[in-house]
Design a protein around this ligand. Structure first.
Ligand code: ASP
Length: 598
């Protein structure tokens, strides 16, 4: 191995003139100086080829012992992921060796000087083709994973997305204000991360689940328009696409109507797509009432990239001879269906499996009918009268060859179950237009939901959401019927962001707390500072927050949050690289007046 003189030198032997990925045919003849990692090395006896990689791409280096024996010796010694500095001349490749796949594929660099700045241990997984490596390993050696062009590109798109958001918000008078990480619990529906206070023994800060209360208080404090790329923490059991900490583009405005927030958010999203994907998005986004979304798509984040809309068929089966449906209707429950077009055929076996899945997981029954020109076929066909067929045809308009799938049961269970089936069928039969960007607003959410578990009302959004002005009267009589001035932005079946107009009146806020089972005393302890602030001329206000990670996933076209975060945690909330969370020194615990009771 040539002497690694550079290993102890903190700076490279020469300045870089170019990134590896930058030179093109027009640079032929130019002397360049590059730094980078060895991506691949091919030893052809006397000639050695190295693909050198940096954040901008890959360039082919040629080492010829006749040009420079010392440089050639470096190439002989170099291995995957060694960090090299080279100097040389850009030359055009011969016609036959042009690589059209590579942006630098028309040229190569004939190396005249080379040094190893740092050798590398053999990488534990190949950087090209790393998708096949176990994710634990990729996360443990994240710095290697991050060198891969895919990760480089994802994180840069994420950066562009944030630039797009900032550019829009700056241009529209929003002021970026940072809010504390050490704060008090804000209920967003998840468990808090707690931080003990050494100087106040026995007391804890909560890491913010969102800056919700502080952004509202910034409106009371006169900032009028605020934003922040805010880090949020929620201690939840991690499902597939959840992380314990995540970033949010958090926004609040003074005095908006919901439409004003929508217009602003659409403008920001357009800017994000322009910066990060060079794509124009269509505006304004359509709006859909929460009830319609549930009724037609069985979801509050409908994927509009394909049809298969659901229909309520209950009316068609009034007085039916089919016992299961008759009993369903007698209980005041519903029958929902969707029509699967003739091109999408399910085998008897697939239908049976689907029915079995619904029965065992959700205790719901699936019925189906194949639509033939003269008769309908299937196990329940003989119970269906002509009149029912006519009425079903009026509602759902099935054509010959189609399959009608129906689920019967309580509305609250049937709609999401059929909505879920709709999504699975859309994916199975490839009905989803993958190139489409189907944005929409879901509006008119209910203010409350009833938690069977806790036997009390809970907020659908959060407790600071304003009731719809037409529904304030319902708070006393039928609170579950009251709508909220809340809205979600949905894209391709994913929730991108959500927000609301807030309660700016202390009395109304107390009333809503009361309905949620938070009495005046508890409200004063937990939210006294907010209630106080509302008492000092708080202006009407509202806002929204967007998941940065979700946005990045969308603009990068990936399904995994971990592909768009530099240092994500595993499903067990562990960072395999550093080993966090870890045990701490007993002395630290003593200082915090904390004893671990395992
Ligand atoms: N604080 C809400 C959230 O984090 C968003 C909002 O209402 O602005 O989901």
């Amino acid at each position: 191995m040539p002497e690694i003189k550079q290993a102890l030198m903190p700076t490279p032997p020469w300045r870089r003139t170019d990134y590896c990925g930058a030179p093109r045919a027009k640079d032929a003849g130019r002397e360049v100086a590059l730094w980078g990692w060895v991506a691949t090395r091919r030893d052809h006896g006397s000639l050695i080829f190295i693909d050198l990689r940096d954040r901008e791409g890959i360039i082919q280096l040629v080492f010829n012992p006749e040009h420079d024996a010392a440089a050639h010796a470096v190439a002989e010694a170099a291995r995957a992921e060694f960090y090299l500095a080279v100097r040389g001349r850009v030359v055009r490749r011969s016609e036959g060796s042009v690589n059209a796949e590579l942006p630098t594929g028309e040229i190569e660099v004939v190396v005249t000087a080379a040094e190893i700045l740092n050798p590398s241990l053999p990488p534990p997984f190949p950087l090209s083709g790393a998708e096949g490596a176990a994710e634990e390993v990729r996360l443990k050696f994240r710095y290697l994973d991050l060198r891969r062009p895919e990760m480089q590109s994802n994180l840069r798109r994420r950066h562009q997305a944030l630039r797009g958001a900032r550019a829009y918000l700056d241009a529209h008078g929003f002021i970026e204000v940072e809010t504390p990480i050490l704060f008090k619990a804000t209920p967003e529906g998840a468990r808090d991360y707690l931080v003990p206070s050494r100087v106040n023994p026995g007391r804890f800060y909560a890491l913010p689940q969102s800056p919700q209360l502080l952004k509202q208080i910034l409106m009371v404090g006169g900032f009028d328009r605020y934003y922040q790329i805010a880090r949020c923490f929620r201690d939840e059991d991690l499902r597939a696409n959840r992380q314990p900490e995540f970033s949010q583009i958090d926004i609040e405005m003074t005095g908006p109507r919901p439409e004003d927030v929508h217009e602003m958010a659409e403008g920001m999203m357009a800017s994000i797509y322009q910066y990060a994907a060079e794509t124009e998005i269509e505006r304004p986004f359509p709006r859909m009432r929460y009830d319609d979304a549930m009724e037609r798509y069985g979801s509050d984040k409908p994927d509009l990239r394909f049809g298969l809309e659901m229909r309520n068929l209950s009316a068609a089966f009034a007085g039916t001879q089919f016992k299961v449906f008759a009993e369903t209707l007698a209980r005041g429950e519903q029958i929902y269906g969707l029509v699967l077009p003739a091109a999408c055929q399910l085998s008897r076996r697939e239908l049976d499996d689907m029915a079995e899945g619904l029965r065992s997981r959700q205790a719901l029954g699936l019925a189906w009918l194949k639509i033939a020109p003269d008769a309908w076929q299937g196990p329940i066909a003989k119970f269906i009268s002509d009149q029912e067929r006519t009425r079903v045809a009026e509602i759902a308009a099935p054509a010959a060859g189609d399959t009608l799938l129906m689920i019967a049961g309580a509305r609250g269970k049937v709609r999401p179950a059929l909505g879920d089936l709709r999504l699975r069928l859309g994916a199975k039969f490839d009905l989803i237009d993958r190139a489409a960007l189907k944005f929409l607003w879901v509006v008119d959410f209910p203010l409350f939901d009833f938690s069977e578990e806790e036997k009390r009302l809970v907020s659908v959004n959060h407790p600071f959401t304003a009731p719809h002005p037409d529904d304030i009267g319902l708070l006393d009589s039928e609170p579950l019927k009251a709508r909220a001035l809340a809205y979600d932005m949905v894209l391709n079946g994913q929730e991108m962001g959500g927000g609301s107009i807030r309660i700016h009146n202390a009395e109304l806020q107390l009333r809503v707390f009361e309905l949620l089972g938070i009495g005046r005393e508890e409200a004063a302890v937990k939210f006294g500072f907010l209630l106080d602030a509302l008492g000092f001329g708080a202006p009407p206000h509202g806002g929204i927050a967007f998941g940065v990670d979700r946005i990045a996933m969308m603009v990068c076209g990936t399904d995994s949050l971990r592909d768009v975060m530099a240092f994500p945690k595993t499903q067990k909330a562990v960072d395999p690289m550093s080993g966090a969370p870890s045990e701490v020194d007993p002395r630290q615990l003593r200082e915090l007046s904390i004893r671990v009771a395992l």
